[in-house]
Design a protein around this ligand. Structure first.
Ligand code: ADP
Ligand code: MG
Length: 447
């Protein structure tokens, strides 16, 4: 059970917003200040600037997720140099009194089943976060939705809650949720399980690296939710254990990643197998115009809802660490990690090999360090993440395989030991801290 958390204005409320009155309740975009916007219907949405973040930090993001053709954790090249250093610095974080976000709805106001409401409350979610507040009514109406909100602001429940309700109303309804990494798919299933406790709604998590035999036998039962990664789901479709024509509801979490070059063909293949009148939801913290154009191919008249007021989570203080000529990066890292405040540190490196090497070097220096990257088998990946989650290791060294979506409680610092390839990658990496209203720090090593 989580303690009650209040999402402060970093979660999307403009400083000038006054407390919401009922007259404001239906005013759409204005209520969240300049960062929030709602657009209806199809192509027109994307002909102008999509309603994303604002401010000077957009350039890198634009180039960002467009097409680096990434694969798992191995990127090979260090392209991060093109990102303006000023974008790694944001020291003016939450020194002001937090303005309390006032949602338009409470969970009890949503037209959802009482049993589901009870489970939401039991999980410790007392009121909706801004993205939940805004998108849940649209999803309950059956609209296709693109939901954009900063990292760590509750996008998972924003799609799970209305789709669970759909299943409660019609037990034949089947939902498929796709995510770019195994760990994220597993995490989504854990959250789903909390929400469906006692409701007789079942799920299978279909991810690579885990025994397929077990997934195949689980698929024989009546499951309302399949959650997984594209590769394994495709495999199970080809082996005829999953029939996508039965699925009328689909979520792409981390949608921009799912639609970039690494996954786009699989996405086309799978979405084409689903019924034409399906209900489609896309969620992410970042969305480049290139991807926004693609969304037209996959959705009908989507409602775009963005509750971002800036690119990165406002709860994350950001700074750079300048490595001087001849200085050893690992020594610099050492001097940081020995400081008291560096309690739970997620360190990103560029290559699988480099990440492993760094974890070994840190272990030799006496730090409790784990590593996660694509060269490890799934058991090793899961174990490393688990140890770090439980606070048994101070450090987790990772490739970008851990950059998207992972919700690890209490990460005090994210350190970019190697530069991220794109600004969007940066946004996701540092979004592993400063989640659910907590604060965090991000440091980027620059040469
Ligand atoms: P995102 O997908 O936007 O990065 P998550 O869905 O992973 O964010 O949620 C981030 C954290 O916030 C999680 O720990 C989750 O349990 C918590 N959370 C989500 N919604 C609420 C809520 N309404 N009230 C309190 N905590 C919440
Ligand atoms: Mg998420």
């Amino acid at each position: 059970m989580e303690p009650k958390k209040t999402f402060n204005r970093s979660a999307g409320v403009h400083p000038s917003s006054r407390p919401r009155t009922s007259a404001d309740a239906h005013s759409g975009a204005r209520s969240y200040g300049s960062g929030a916007s709602v657009s209806h219907s199809g192509a027109r949405v994307f002909s102008s600037r999509p309603p994303l973040g604002r401010g000077p930090a957009r350039g890198g993001g634009m180039r960002g997720s467009g097409g680096s053709g990434r694969n798992g954790g191995a990127r090979g090249r260090g392209k991060g140099q093109h990102i303006d250093i000023s974008k790694f610095i944001n020291k003016t974080v939450i020194t002001e009194e937090a303005i309390i976000f006032t949602p338009e709805h409470l969970f009890k106001d949503f037209h959802i089943e009482e049993r589901l409401k009870a489970n939401i409350l039991a999980k410790g979610y007392n009121e909706p976060t801004p993205i939940q507040d805004r998108v849940i009514p649209h999803i309950l109406h059956g609209e296709d939705v693109v939901g954009i909100a900063n990292t760590g602001t509750g996008k998972t429940a924003a799609f799970l809650v209305p789709f669970i309700n759909k299943v409660l109303l019609n037990p034949k309804e089947k939902v498929i949720v796709m995510a770019p990494t195994r760990e994220l798919a597993q995490q989504i299933e854990v959250e789903l399980k909390d929400f469906v406790k006692g409701l007789k709604i079942f799920s299978v998590c279909c991810v690579g690296g885990a025994p397929i035999g077990r997934q195949i036998s689980d698929l024989r039962y009546q499951n309302s939710f399949i959650i997984g990664t594209p590769g394994r789901i495709k495999d199970l479709i080809e082996r005829k254990y999953i029939d996508l024509s039965e699925f009328k509801s689909v979520v792409l979490d981390e949608a921009d990643r799912m639609l970039d070059m690494g996954f786009i063909h699989d996405m086309h293949y799978m979405l084409d197998l689903m019924p034409k009148d399906r209900h489609t939801l896309f969620f992410s913290a970042t969305l480049s115009p290139e991807i926004a154009v693609l969304i037209k191919d996959f959705m009908k008249s989507p409602v775009m809802i963005s509750v971002k007021t800036q690119d990165t989570s406002k709860n994350v203080e950001q700074d750079v660490v300048r490595i001087k000529e001849g200085e050893d990066k690992i020594e610099v890292l050492h001097d940081l990690l020995i400081q008291e405040e560096f309690k739970k540190v997620l360190i990103f490196g560029r290559t699988k090999h480099g990440v492993e090497k760094l974890a070994i070097a840190l272990t030799k220096k006496g730090f409790k360090a784990q590593s996660i990257h694509g060269d490890k088998n799934q058991g090793q990946r899961q174990r490393a993440l688990d140890i770090f989650k439980r606070g048994m290791a101070q450090v987790l060294v990772a490739t970008d395989v851990a950059a998207r979506g992972l919700d690890i409680a209490g990460v005090s610092h994210v350190i970019n030991f190697d530069l991220p390839e794109t600004y969007d990658d940066y946004v996701h990496r540092i979004g592993r801290t400063g989640r659910a209203g907590n604060r965090g720090k991000a440091l980027t090593f620059i040469g």
